[in-house]
Each structure stands twice: as C-alpha cells, then as structure tokens.
Design a protein around this ligand. Structure first.
Ligand code: PLP
Length: 395
C-alpha cells in the first residue's frame, strides 16, 4: 500500500484540472497578448480563471487577482514591492511572526540587511499568536505586517482578518500581506470586506500543478513590480502568461471552493481518526497541533526519545510518506523553527512528524498508517539510547 500523507508539501493534480488544461497545451497555444482570434481564446481562458480565483478568494473584482509562478513569487512580489514603493527613512519598520514560511522569513532577513527594522511575534505553547503583543509593536514607522493564514507545519489558524482590521485602527497606512497558501482549499477565504491588502495562494497545494500561483492585490494598493518587461497582468507582473497552468489553477480553485464542506467534515474525520489512533496507541506521543483553531487536514505529533529522520525512513519502507518540519527546510537537520517557537520540549522536538491529508486520502490508508506508525515507533523505542526514560513512560 502507498499512503501519501504529505499534502501540505504538495498535492496530486486533480483529473478534472488536467483535463481542462490539455487543450491549452495542445491546440490553443496562442500568446494571449497577440491580436488574432486564437489569442483571444487564450486571453478569454485566462480571464475566466481570474474570475474563478476571485470567487474562491471571496472577492467580486477579478482585476484584483494577479497570476504568478508560485506563492514564493507572490510573497516576494508583495513584500519587496511594498518596501520599495512605500518605504522611506521614516517608514522602515516591518512586522511578521516567527512561524512564517521561509518565503516570508527570508525576504524579511534580506530587507533587514538593507536597513529595515524588523519585529518578529512569537506564539504560545499551543502555537497560537498573541494578537495584543503583535498590535503593540505597531508604530507610525510601521510599513508592513505579514501573517500567514494557516501554518504549514502545525495547521494552526491565525485570525488574520481581525489582525488586519485592528492593525489599521492603530496605523491606517500600514499594508497587510497574508500568506494564504495553507488556508486555500481547507477553510473559507473572504477577502471582499476585509482589510487585507495582499494575499498569496499556490496551485500545487490544492490539486493544480506546480508552477502557478496568484497574488490578490486590493484595489489601490500598488507596489513596485518585481518582474519587469511587457504589459501583462496590468504591468504588475511581466512575462507571457502560462495559459494552461492558469486554466488549471482556475478549475482547482472552483473545485476547492466546492469541496470545503468535504474538507470540514470527511477530511477532518479522517485526520482526527489518525491523530487519536496514534496518540492513544503510544505512550510517548505528544500532540504539537494544539491550536484551538486549525485546518482540518493537518496533524503534527512528537514522539519522545525517537529520532524523526529514522521514523520517516521506516515509514517510507512501508509506503507511508510524511514529513518532519516543512519540505523547504528538510535536508537540514535543524529542528523546525515553528515547533521551537512554540517551545516543544527537546525530548519530542527531534521526533516530530507532520501528517497532512487531502480529499484523496482513504479510510483504509488511515488505518494502515495508524497501525504501522505505532509498530515503527515501538520498534525504534527498542533501539533508542533513552531506555530508562522510555521505560518510565511504559514503552
Ligand atoms: C508551500 C508554501 C509556500 C510556498 O509555495 P510555492 O508555491 O511552493 O512557492 C508558501 N507558504 C506556505 C505556508 C506554504 O505552505
């Protein structure tokens, strides 16, 4: 059996998405910016996708959607573009959280090197943000605030609508960027009457292909474009549009919106079953996904006194694919910055595993994963150097 439980890293493309893309990879290949009839077919397909994405993000005006190559590009575009357009010697303070994705944290680090002042807001032991402490950091010099909608490692949801609203009461000029990648397809998104200025999504996290994303830009919130060249995407993102992938993103967005009830009920039921099954079957298992509000597909569990890389290798041999930390940071042996921020004790920090489900996850796959995870941990407990501690826990 093969059980893919790493859907926060990437997802399988939906058959319907692929089907919708194919004509634009074959016969309808014209450059959407050209003047002849076939070009109009491409341009129309892109505008239709823009409507689908706008609807998915809960906004009526599709001209607020820009297509990009990925969410990393969307984040770089928004954050650097705002800093360049609105930053000055007296407006050079930027705020974010310490649990953001590297595509935000790395940009903040690079701006810091250019002289911007940065503030990073931590989380509590449940992985929840303290909004008051975040708001207290806002000053007249603050230019930009970035908070992710949902965390990729633990699934914690942050109250981004409230944060944006309250932030602007303190400083109305502040720009708010939200990394919405892990919210998309899992919980409803409602940008229309929000105070959010920029919001990013990535196709491959909700069953579209890799290599296409979008950036919502609230009307009037211009920024210094990152990609310069032709006049595509209102001159805000130059480069010939990737028609087939944009079409795929549009269809995936529509399917994701239609599937929100299934996520909230069936995907959640299977995630809860997996989580409960593992936690009740092992005395050294500790839940890291403790936030009161969290997305329905993710759980993160720490196994005390067991090495995470070994767990993943053993699970891999049984056809179970999960991850430690995020795919973007694995490859390094440093424990997750997200779990460290919520002060997960060192005894389970190194043995923390993320399981993330999707609409394609089946009940028998979850049963197989529960049974085999328990067996793998028990096997590894026998060869752990922490025999005394494990015995105390009853393992
Ligand atoms: C995957 C991910 C990204 C990056 O998306 P890409 O499209 O792969 O660049 C950004 N933020 C979060 C929270 C993610 O999970």
């Amino acid at each position: 059996m093969k059980v893919y439980l790493d859907n926060n890293a990437t997802t399988r493309i939906d058959e319907k998405v692929l089907e919708a893309m194919l004509p634009y990879l074959k016969e309808d290949y014209a450059n959407p910016s050209s003047m002849y009839d076939p070009a109009r077919i491409s341009a129309k397909a892109i505008e239709h996708a823009r409507e689908q994405v706008a609807d998915f993000l809960g906004t009526k005006d599709a001209s607020q959607i820009l297509f990009t190559s990925c969410a990393t590009e969307s984040a770089n575009t928004a954050i650097k573009g705002v800093a360049e357009k609105y930053g000055s010697a007296s407006k050079n303070h930027i705020i974010t959280t310490s649990v953001e994705h590297p595509c935000v944290l790395s940009v903040y680090e690079s701006l810091e090197k250019k002289g911007y002042k940065t503030s990073y807001i931590g989380v509590n032991e449940n992985g929840e943000l303290n909004i008051d402490s975040l708001l207290s950091k806002i000053t007249p010099e603050t230019l930009l605030l970035s908070v992710m909608n949902a965390n990729n490692e633990t699934g914690a949801i942050y109250p981004v609508y409230e944060i944006a609203k309250e932030a602007k009461k303190i400083n109305k000029d502040i720009k708010v960027f939200i990394d919405g990648v892990q919210a998309a397809g899992k919980i409803p998104i409602e940008l229309e009457n929000s105070e959010i200025d920029y919001f990013s999504i990535s196709g491959h996290k909700f069953h579209a292909p890799k290599g296409v994303g979008a950036l919502y830009v609230k009307k009037g919130n211009l920024f210094e474009p990152y990609m310069l060249g032709g006049h595509q995407e209102n001159s805000l993102r130059a480069g010939t549009q990737n028609t087939p992938y944009i079409v795929g993103l549009g269809v995936a967005a529509q399917l994701a919106k239609e599937g929100l009830t299934y996520e909230a009920t069936e995907v959640k039921r299977l995630r809860d079953k997996l989580e409960q099954g593992i936690l009740s079957g092992l005395k050294n298992a500790r839940l890291n996904s403790k936030s009161k509000e969290r997305v329905p597909n993710t759980t993160n569990i720490g196994f005390e006194y067991i090495e995470g890389e070994l767990i993943l290798l053993y699970l891999n041999d049984l056809g179970i694919y999960a991850s430690s930390g995020s795919a973007c940071t694995s490859g390094s042996l440093d424990p997750s910055h997200v779990l460290r921020a919520q002060k997960v004790p060192f005894t389970s920090l190194h043995g923390s595993i993320r399981f993330s489900l999707s609409k394609f996850t089946k009940e028998d796959e979850v049963d197989y994963a529960i049974k085999n995870t328990i067996e793998v941990i028990k096997k590894l407990a026998k060869i752990s150097p922490y025999q005394e501690e494990l015995k105390k826990l009853g393992l």
